[in-house]
Design a protein around this ligand. Sequence first.
Ligand code: NAI
Length: 284
Amino acid sequence: MANETVAVIGAGTMGNGIAEVFAVAGYAVRLYDAAGAALERGLQAIAERVKKRAERGRLAEDPAAVLARIAPMAALEEAAGAALVIEAVVERLDVKREVFRALDAACGPETILATNTSSLSVTEIAAATTRPERVVGLHFFNPAPVMPLVEVIAGKFSAPEAVDAAVRFVEAVGKVPIRAQDTPGFIVNRVARPFYNEALRIVGDRVATIEQVDRILKAAGFRMGPFELQDLIGLDINFATTTSVYEAFFHDPRFRPHPIQRMMVSAGALGRKTGRGYYRYDGE
Ligand code: NAI
């Protein structure tokens, strides 16, 4: 296990979290991002979190040892020797397919190519490669170092051995794999759509305020309210997920996005990552 390399493509919120998970579990990790600044930020975020873990006594070794296992990649082709590549770039089919085309050309035939997509079709992404049988979905949740669940998605042509190998990787990093089919939103994101959509409709219809909805749902037992959670996930990511599930179900009104979502995204209020979403995080 520990002598295997795992490459992560995309060093944003999810990519850097996933890289940390594998490095902490003992894997050699290679991290790549098309934007040099994002790669720097991703590595920085990992370093800070790993140090905090150590301070809280939640790391079995020196943080420097974990960080030494993570190396940046200057080009995506450097993923060539990895046993597993996990893609975590923006939630756009065209961009993901281009990444998979390049990975397919660069990596050996045994490499498993996984996508962390929230809602796009694993089968459609796999179709950009010559090895759809080695392509699977590995859907981590945010924040990846904390959330135990990982949906392991079999595409239409994923080989059972590739899916089993992906399950073993998830278990090896101490997470809980749940097998899911390649249907829009898989399981968790499909169930979550009405959670966000109905909350947005309640606010849009002025039945209750954002704060009231969050407070009431927390009082009902949810760890976070739907608006706080969108701020954590990123409003752009959540809107993209809702839109793609809606489109994948041929515009079934159950999944229709709410205009408030588009307005917030257009305004650049994307949640915690921009300092402002449904709530403010910029001290104003
Ligand atoms: P993000 O916006 O934080 O990071 C995406 C990164 O990909 C950026 O750093 C960007 O520079 C990079 N990138 C864009 N195009 C690239 C390319 N062609 N090659 C290499 N890097 C490229 O996004 P986030 O939140 O990390 O999401 C990534 C994926 O994970 C998406 O598919 C999303 O749906 C999924 N996801 C997101 C969750 C969340 O709560 N944010 C939860 C679970 C899955």
